[in-house]
Design a protein. Structure first.
Lengths: 573, 166
């Protein structure tokens, strides 16, 4: 009687009819936030390319998206990765990744050619971070083949410095996450790898028992294929990195199928730990030993498997203080026939799978989940959840096996009692549109105080979903600036207190699925108009507080200097 | 499924006490995702045949799916009393008791589950979690290692179809 097996008893799709209790008040129901697809209006013409039949697993993994302000004009720009196909694998110009400059007026301009970011090859993931502390966000792009570290020159162009920096990984790289794990002041880089693949010896579509799904011939893998290990690159502080994967204990000698990754201080000891979502194998939780090494303790902590000890097809990951207790829960998106998993942090390094009691499990069962993020979309002060979906097998579209190829997104509203209600249908048709989504990044692209959604979809155009928040909740957005080379203070933990409201967040570079969110921290405040305390726990161990701050502003807080800039919202609503 | 349901209903019209008819209707309801119908049928089976462990087990299944562990525990205790060698029932009972913080009792049933069926990784996993909660770290590590070994064997299982997973 393993409750997750309930899903396999039911025809997929039936479970979505199960009622989800909601505690929303009538007043709240009248004013749901509304997401509007502005992709075309914004001038985004990017198209992700992949072989439509998806005969091989390499053609299903999809692309990521980064929201970052490459020119420091205060508006988030967008970078989409693009893929090749087995047929075009030897021609890096067969598909084009894209950088869009945010014109700060609701439109974007394609600046890819000038930027030098057009052709990284078979690109999958992307993470934005200022690796050298020069004040400009750089990009690391993971690929099937050579990865790329692009240095931001500060003039709209980027230079590929991968070779000199020593951060290449020629395997099939997917997730990437950045943090200063050893507190030396320099940003280090973790790269997860998926399958050890040889494009000249690909397993044949539908040929063997490894290439069937519910009786339908499909692409092979990852089961039956050999997994690839992972990489940790230590930043030497001089523009070069050293691969310390084995020494640190992060090399993944078992070869699990690594995808999403995120650095987070799980045990609150001030040192960043690492979570890696592994497809079809147990997830990793690496605890930082404070000496440059890590101990893997996913099983012991209860986040490797589901509540019944079953490894799931994990893709994306996000962490958040969804209970307002300062203990971050971990949410992981998984394959169809399984369910998304929410791990509640009950005791230090002891999590409980609360996917069913929190109501995220039943409705997520028919979907293959990818990009995901905790984000307070309605500014009520409680982190909500989003997960974007889409199957890996186009053959599912007409297979009548209870799932589909194109799938809608899931939006979970935090009900403030440890449970979530799925409310995508109440939030406009943009989230209900079936897509084959992969990467997802969250950020306030129009600086209006409401978090927007950007999705990289397989085989087609992306989706820029503007949040026309209608709930009129107050908010605060905080940009942290560290005093050393970690300029963005990646890894900083920030506590915001307003009356009886206390919420923690953490600055992450990487996470979701192959993607990189806005580095600014956004807190919804509901009806509260003033913040009593903002407490920043900087990555170097220092703590700083600012008090009595008005809501509805963008703050820049510099280490040791307090608030150095306050900007009101500028977006048009 | 409709034909099967009609046959069971007809059988009940002829003999309201026919064994397993309500149980079968409950299982059909489960397949269509109707937990409430399943609950009603399993309950009806238990009214007529109070010592049917299958009806009790599946009713407990429904109660757990409905997040009603307090109602599930007595049913599971009944199942393991009726069928002491039913590993799955011991596992489920141990898991629920662990969730309720009854660590000692949970360990008892989870140890029984792993003894009755040593090849189920999830039983070892749950037992390891229970040992951790009890502060029995070394025993927990041993069970985690067993979980890992069993999971590793499953890594090379054919497909990602959950129905084919053990």
């Amino acid at each position: 009687m393993r409750i997750p097996a309930l899903s396999s008893l039911f025809p997929l799709g039936v479970l979505i009819l199960l009622p989800c209790a909601t505690s929303q008040s009538p007043e709240e129901k009248e004013t749901p936030s509304h997401f509007v697809d502005i992709t075309d209006a914004a001038g985004i013409t990017f198209r992700h390319i992949s072989a439509p039949e998806k005969k091989y697993i390499v053609e299903s993994i999809g692309g990521g998206v980064a929201l970052f302000d490459y020119d420091n004009d205060g508006c988030l720009d967008i970078y989409f990765t693009n893929a090749l196909t087995v047929d075009t694998a030897n021609d890096p110009h067969a598909s084009r990744s894209a950088l869009y400059h945010n014109n700060c007026d609701g439109t974007f301009t394609d600046v890819t050619e000038k930027s030098g970011l057009a052709y990284p090859g078979w690109a999958n993931g992307v993470v934005a971070a200022d690796f050298d502390g020069d004040g400009y966000e750089d990009l690391y792009v993971t690929c099937l083949g050579h990865n790329h570290l692009y240095h931001n020159n500060g003039n709209g162009t980027f230079t590929d410095i991968t070779e000199g920096a020593g951060v290449d990984d020629t395997r099939w790289s997917t997730g990437a996450a950045v943090a200063d794990y050893d507190k030396d002041g320099n940003l280090d880089l973790f790269v997860s790898n998926y399958v050890d693949i040889n494009l000249s010896k690909l397993p044949e579509f539908g040929k063997t028992k490894f290439c069937q799904y519910r009786g339908v011939p499909v692409q092979c893998g990852p089961k039956g294929l050999t997994g690839a290990g992972d990489s940790l690159f230590h930043n030497n502080g001089d523009g070069t990195f050293t691969n310390v994967s084995k020494k640190a204990g992060l090399s993944d000698p078992e070869g699990r199928f690594g995808l999403g990754a995120i650095w987070t201080d799980v045990d609150g000891d001030g040192w960043l730990d690492l979570f890696v979502a592994n497809d079809a194998t147990g997830n990793y939780l690496y605890r930082n030993n404070h000496d440059g090494t890590f101990s893997e303790m996913g099983l012991q902590a209860g986040v490797s498997l589901d509540e019944d000890g079953v490894p799931l097809g994990s893709m994306g990951v996000t962490v958040g203080d969804y209970l307002h207790n300062g203990q971050f829960g971990i949410f992981v998106t998984n394959f169809s026939g399984e369910h998304a998993t929410l791990y509640r942090h009950d005791q230090p390094l002891f999590f409980t799978d609360v996917s069913y009691p929190s109501h995220v499990a039943p409705i997520s069962t028919p979907y293959v989940g990818w990009g995901t993020s905790f984000f307070d979309y309605d500014n009520d002060g409680w982190p909500d959840l989003i997960a974007v979906n889409g199957h890996v097998y186009p053959q599912m579209e007409n297979a009548s096996v209870g799932t589909t190829y194109r799938q809608r997104a899931l939006l979970f509203r935090n009900q403030r009692d440890g449970t979530f209600a799925e409310v995508a249908a109440e939030s406009g048709p943009a989230l209900m549109t079936p897509r084959v989504s992969r990467g997802l990044a969250i950020g306030d692209i129009d600086n209006d105080g409401y978090l927007d959604v950007v999705i990289n979809n397989l085989d087609g155009k992306p989706a820029i979903l503007r949040n026309d928040g209608a709930s009129h909740g107050n908010w605060i957005t905080i940009k942290t600036v560290g005093s050393g080379k970690n300029r963005d203070a990646i890894g900083a933990r920030v506590k915001v207190v307003s009356g009886d409201f206390t919420e923690w967040d953490e600055v992450h570079a990487g996470g979701s699925y192959l993607s990189s969110n806005d580095l600014r921290l956004h807190y919804g405040l509901g009806k509260k108009t003033k913040i009593d305390l903002i407490e920043i726990h900087w990555p170097d161990g220092k703590t700083e507080s600012v008090r009595n701050v008005s809501a509805n502003n963008f703050l820049t807080i510099e280490e040791g200097k307090g608030i150095t800039r306050t900007t009101p919202p500028s977006g048009k609503r | 499924m409709r034909e099967a349901e009609a046959e069971f209903r007809r059988a009940l019209e002829l003999d309201p006490k026919v064994p397993s008819a309500h149980l079968s209707l409950g299982l059909l309801s489960l397949r269509t995702g109707s937990l409430e119908d399943a609950q009603r049928e399993f309950t009806a089976e238990l009214v007529r045949h109070p010592d049917d462990p299958r009806a009790a087990y599946h009713l407990a299944f429904v109660q757990l799916a409905q997040q009603k562990p307090d109602l599930a525990v007595p049913l599971l205790l009944k199942v393991v009393a009726l069928q002491p060698k039913y590993a799955e029932a011991h596992y489920s009972l141990g898991k629920v008791l662990l969730q309720q913080g009854k660590v000692k009792e949970a360990i008892e049933h989870l140890e029984t589950a792993t003894r009755l069926d040593s090849q189920k990784s999830y039983s070892h996993y749950q037992l390891a979690r229970a040992y951790l909660r009890a502060g029995r770290t070394q025993e927990a590590q041993k069970e985690f290692a067993t979980t890992h070994d069993l999971e590793s064997k499953q890594k090379s299982s054919p497909s990602r179809d959950p129905e084919k997973m053990p």
